[in-house]
Write a protein that binds this ligand. Structure first.
Ligand code: AP5
Ligand code: MG
Length: 234
């Protein structure tokens, strides 16, 4: 798409948003399925607020808050942080954004967390990114992030313009502490045990939309259409 066409679409989306309803979307998928990557495209195109529970937790760990100190060893070992702590953290963030459309990435991650969220908000849809496990380990080994913004790179799929540096700030990129092979395997086991039941939970509520495939460029037009339709629905 050339720059003129992209600008025309951005203007349309901005105009549309005045007519649009508030939508509340979740993205669910195994570690490395591309939740953060798809979320940043949604933010660019539709301006939804993006809240990643992982980014929120890492920010708390980086500033060594009481929450961060409590959460750190769970994250490092690839275990989930306790439901009560995470629910409090995310609901706090949402409280100041009641009048905005938002997109949650990585929360809820247990049925218990989902019930707590349901008690406060009605969801519009739940997007499930269904990516084969063999693709995941390869992707995560090549992932680098910018800790300040949560921007995600991949050495072969979307490398930074300058090796090891964030495209926007030029700051140094890092690998996540929980991205070692053993920890990723632990995170994948945890997903099967406690997060996968969420799919059934949301499917029964007719909220689940599953996108299958490894290429974001193939999945993206389907995601874009779903969000556009939801925004315009009365
Ligand atoms: P969190 O940060 O949420 O990690 P995660 O769910 O394990 O998911 P990731 O961020 O690892 O992957 P992603 O799906 O966002 O993929 P990405 O876009 O980066 O959570 C971390 C930890 O925090 C948890 O383990 C837990 O301890 C704690 N936590 C968080 N939420 C919690 C909760 N609700 N309750 C309790 N504890 C919680 O993509 C991955 C890589 O692939 C990147 O390099 C990317 O560039 C690349 N890529 C993306 N798309 C493609 C493509 N199409 N082709 C090739 N490469 C691609
Ligand atoms: Mg992520």
């Amino acid at each position: 798409m050339n720059k003129m066409a992209a600008r025309a679409i951005a203007i349309c989306v901005n105009k549309m948003s005045a007519l649009c309803r508030i939508i509340r979307v979740l993205i669910v998928g195994v570690p490395g399925s591309g939740k953060g990557t798809i979320a940043s495209r949604i933010v660019q195109s539709f301006g939804l607020l993006h809240l990643s529970s992982g980014d929120l937790i890492r920010a708390q760990i980086a500033k060594a808050s009481e929450f961060g100190r409590e959460a750190e060893c769970f994250v490092q070992q690839g275990h989930l942080v306790s439901d009560d702590l995470v629910v409090k953290l995310v609901l706090n963030e949402l409280e100041g954004n009641r009048e905005r459309s938002w997109l949650l990435d990585g929360f809820p991650r247990t049925v218990q967390q989902a019930k707590k969220l349901d008690a406060h908000y009605d969801l519009t849809s739940v997007f499930h990114l269904n990516v084969p496990t063999e693709e995941i380990l390869r992707r995560i080994a090549e992932r680098w992030i910018h800790p300040g913004s949560g921007r995600v790179y991949n050495l072969s799929y979307n490398p930074p313009k300058i090796h090891g540096r964030d495209d926007v700030t030029g700051e140094r990129l890092e690998q996540r502490e929980d991205d070692s092979r053993e920890t990723v395997l632990q995170r994948l086991r945890g997903y099967d045990a406690v997060t996968a039941p969420l799919l059934d939970y949301y499917s029964k509520r007719k909220l689940l939309v599953t996108f299958t495939g490894v290429e974001t460029d193939v999945i993206w037009p389907q995601v874009e259409k779903c969000i556009r339709d939801s925004l315009l629905q009365k």
